[in-house]
Design a protein around this ligand. Sequence first.
Ligand SMILES: C[S@@+](CC[C@H](N)C(=O)[O-])C[C@H]1O[C@@H](n2cnc3c(N)ncnc32)[C@H](O)[C@@H]1O
Length: 266
Amino acid sequence: MTGTGLVDRFRSARRKDDVAILEGFHAIKHAIRFGAHLREVVSTDPDHVRRLAELLAPDVWSVLKDQVKLIDDAAFSKLTDPRPPTRIIAIADRPAVGVDELLRRPGSGPVVLLEDPRHLNNVGAAIRVSAAAGAEAVVTTGDANPWHPAAIRGAAGLHYALPVGRLSSPQSIWRPVLALDPEGQPLDPGLIPPGAVLAFGSERRGLTDALLARAETRIALPMTAGVSSLNLATSVAAVLYAIRFRSSESRERPVVALDGFVSRLP
Ligand SMILES: C[S@@+](CC[C@H](N)C(=O)[O-])C[C@H]1O[C@@H](n2cnc3c(N)ncnc32)[C@H](O)[C@@H]1O
């Protein structure tokens, strides 16, 4: 497969907001697992992809094997830069997500709000950990497109595991908003209401005054003296896992496994 039609389809897909470009095997793997419809999948080495799938994700090969088309090296270089080392790229449908509408309803899990994030790798990492730790959605404000292929790569395709989208205005949030701010009160995960919106500021300047004013309270992750802040995605991970550990702690006592010996703590 070499045609200019293919190159045009991938180029125009980058500008559309009803499709997503999935670069690399891991993004495609998660997209398949969480129900994405793939429109087109190409690889310079489908046999390499088959071996990867057999090794890392045998469940996805049954979907991929009928869809992945061989493409030559020169055409592949026109579709993606940098080239994913796993030699595969796809166009998939993007789910229609009404995040403003979602935030006007009460919810069950925490929602992560990234205010004006600047780095797509942080956006991707925040989406990845939000999917893993059980957040209900990830919403952003500002210019960065959370569905940009670089953010999808950073999230390993986990955009398909939970709603991800841009919020038109923080004023449309009808849920409690908690501002994550190094100057806030120390985090007590047991006090975070279900469905709360956890607001994280941008990498350099933190949360805006408008968002701090909108928040019910400000909470901080304690840090060693002299450390001014955590990386954005790291702070999302720390808060979500504190909440997750706290809620599983209240359901059951932890299991301890040491050298094959497994026991419940008294
Ligand atoms: C790199 S930090 C921004 C640093 C910025 N200079 C500030 O003072 O907020 C990006 C975001 O991560 C979150 N964050 C980082 N460290 C935190 C901490 N120790 N406690 C609570 N939130 C934190 C905040 O939401 C912050 O706006």
